[in-house]
Every structure is written in C-alpha cells, then in structure tokens.
Design a protein around this ligand. Structure first.
Ligand SMILES: [Zn+2]
Length: 404
C-alpha cells in the first residue's frame, strides 16, 4: 500500500491542477482540493438515486420485471433475528427494494459476530450497538428509500401479535426452536406466510410455510397450503443437538440459507406463490455424496399433517405460553433473564450501579462489569448475564443488581 501511495504522489505532480477535480478516487493526495470533500460521508446530503438505475438489472430479470419491482416497493417483510442469517437476509431484501423492513433482535454486536454477520463492522462491536439498530443504520446507507423499523426486543407471546401484525411475510432468522414455534403459531393463526432458515457448521436449511387461509397480499391468487413447522417437527430436536457453540459455523452456509430464503420471499412478494418450493431443503456444503454430488436432502412439505396440533387442530401452545424458560444464547457463556416485562430506566440504573463497578452505556443499553460477570441491561427489562450458564446464579445477579 505504501508503494502505491508514493506512486500516486509522484504521478500527481504531473497532472495539471484543473484535471484534479475529475479524479474523485484520488482526493487524499491533493491538499488544495481537500476543502471540497465532505469531512464525513454520513453527513453529506445524499443525492437521490433513481429506481430505474438502482434496480435496472433486477428489472431485466424476467421473474421480477417492472411490475414485480413495483410490488416490492409496497411490500413489508419482518426479519426475526438479526444475527448472521438475519443480517444477510435484511441486506438482500433492502438491496432488492422491499419497501418496508421490520427488524427484531434482542442482542448487541460483539467481536465474535464479525466473521459472519455481514452488516456489522468493528465500530458496531466496540460500541456494543443493538443489532437491530446497527442494521438499520447500515441499511440506510445501502438503500435510503427503504423504510426500516428496528425493535430491540425478544419476540415473545405478549408482543408477537403486534410486532408481526402488518407483515406480508415473516422471515425466521433466529437460532432457536422456541421462537420458531411462536412464529409458526402466529403465522398459522393469521394465515401469514413465513420462511424457516437455519445454519450451523456447514449445514444450511430452509422451508417455506404457506398456511391455509387468505393471502396477506390481497391480490395474490390462491395457493395450496404447505405443511407447517409443527407438521415436520412436532417437537423440538432433542438430545445432543449441534449449535454454533459446539459445531461452529461457516459464513458461507449462513449466506446460502439467506439467499434461498430471500429468493423464495421475492417470489411471494411479487405475487408468484405458485413458484415457491414445497420442500424442506438442506445442504451440507462441506460434504459430498458417493456420486460426488454436494450432500443435500429435500423432504416434501406439500401435504400438511392432518393430526398436526397447530395447523390441523389449531392449538397454539407457543402463543398462549407466558412462562418461557430462561435462554442460554448461542455463541456465548451467558443467560438471558427476562422475568419482568416492565421497562427499565437506564439513567437511574446507571446511577445506581456506578458506585459498584465499571458501567458503560450507549443510549440503547447499559453494561455493568462485575468480574467475572458482565451484565448487559436493555430498556425492555431484559438482561444478559455473561460469564455463567448457571440459571440460578444469573437470576440472583439479576435480582441483586437490576431488581427482583
Ligand atoms: Zn402443521
């Protein structure tokens, strides 16, 4: 890099000054012109980018075209979970021009996320920004015409109806079956399509769920319903289930799951549900079969299971359950406590904790260091207790420092 810079510096002495202004990629080497360059790109007033330019290649694709692009502008997708899959999915949706995105995530950006969570950068991790909020800021720079609503919240029975109520489609980018069953209950109840996505190790899987009932897009023609999540998985996988903690994760597997998920969503949002896949599709990107083909499996989801408790009998246990267990998060030695659905006043809490140890805040959360534990508290009353997987201990730290 040093060599290249000195080469440019030398070269610049031979370029007449009147030509320097047409070389926008070289401003740093022209001190005379520095005053013309905005000090921060984020504060410069953005010039409008015409849709015809931005989406020209996507409109050329016959599956989208002008009419599909218009439909996308009026579409609303909810992304639940803005970790690895959610960051990729939200980015793809925003770039495609899906007009309204709602992002829901309970977590904040950490250094270990940067390997695979494509929307975030080192500044986000240093500032411990909530993922939904950090994603919203980055998406605004990618496509300012997309309206992004960010919720730093845990999707739970008491807020799920409200958070998902306006969505044409819901995209599951979570890492746990508990939340997926909640999404499944709500979407089957309200006849709202959703798409399951999962990635762990080199494994990626997705499945479209088209519940029976009216379409969330009024003019989308009728489609035959598919099996729901509970038809395929009547109970969550048990036993020694691999997680990001035990199996690690390849960024490429995440991005494959997100790509397939978003492609299927685009089919629905452009009123082409008949093109949507009706299988549980999975890939193992690191393995090959005996015939040298990539290891993959595809299970039909064409027929809902008649005795399915959710879509057959319409019993919505996940949605009615208000006693959720404490959750140990993927990728961290930590416990989330969310016992009291009441807001926290972060200013008061900060003042209370300051005499007891180091406290940092960024306007969205408070982080309190109490070695060997770190407690991160959110305005919605949640706290992440890092440094333990012992629920009892986490609960007592919560009661002691946040309140019982
Ligand atoms: Zn079902």
């Amino acid at each position: 890099m040093q060599e290249a810079a000195s080469e440019f510096t030398t070269l610049s002495t031979f370029i007449p000054s009147r030509h320097k202004r047409i070389l926008p990629s070289m401003p740093a080497f022209y001190p005379d012109d520095a005053k013309d360059i905005p000090s921060s790109p984020s504060t410069a007033s953005p010039s409008t980018i015409a849709d015809a330019d931005r989406y020209s290649r996507q409109i050329l694709f016959p599956g989208i075209g002008e009419s599909g692009q218009k439909r996308l502008r009026h579409a609303h997708a909810v992304v639940v979970g803005v970790g690895a899959t959610g960051a990729a999915t939200a980015s793809l949706l925003a770039r495609a021009g899906v007009g309204h995105l709602t992002l829901i995530d309970r977590d904040f950006v950490e250094p270990s996320n940067l390997q695979r969570q494509m929307l975030f950068d080192e500044d986000d991790a240093r500032a411990s920004l909530p993922k939904a909020e950090a994603a919203r800021l980055h998406l605004a720079r990618i496509n300012s015409s997309v309206h992004v609503t960010a919720h730093t919240a845990d999707l739970v029975p008491h807020n799920a109806s409200e958070l998902l109520s306006d969505a044409h489609i819901v995209l599951d980018c979570t890492d746990n079956f508990e939340t997926r069953y909640l999404i499944n209950d709500l979407c089957v109840r309200d006849a709202r399509p959703w798409i399951y996505a999962a990635a762990v190790g080199a494994y990626a899987a997705t499945m479209n769920i088209l519940p029976p009932g009216a379409s969330t897009l009024a003019d989308t023609f009728a489609y035959a319903p598919t099996a729901c999540l509970a038809c395929i998985f009547p109970s969550p996988p048990s036993g020694n289930v691999e997680t990001c903690d035990t199996a690690g994760i390849l960024s490429t597997a995440v991005n494959l799951a997100a790509s397939i998920q978003v492609t299927e969503a685009l089919k629905f949002l452009t009123a082409q549900p008949h093109l949507m896949r009706r299988t549980l599709l999975s890939f193992d990107l690191w393995s090959t079969e005996a015939n040298n083909a990539l290891a993959r499996s595809e299970i039909s989801t064409t027929k809902p299971r008649p005795d399915c408790e959710v879509c057959g009998q319409r019993i919505f246990r996940a949605l009615s359950g208000d006693q959720r267990p404490h959750i140990t998060l993927c990728g961290r030695n930590s416990v989330q406590i969310h016992e009291h659905h009441r807001p926290l006043n972060l200013t008061d809490l900060k003042a209370r904790l300051q005499p007891l140890g180091q406290v940092r805040s960024n306007g969205h959360l408070i982080r309190f260091h109490y070695p060997p534990y770190t407690i991160t508290a959110f305005p919605d009353g949640r706290a992440l207790i890092q440094g333990t997987t012992n629920v009892g201990l986490a609960r007592s730290l919560y009661a002691r420092f946040i309140g019982s």
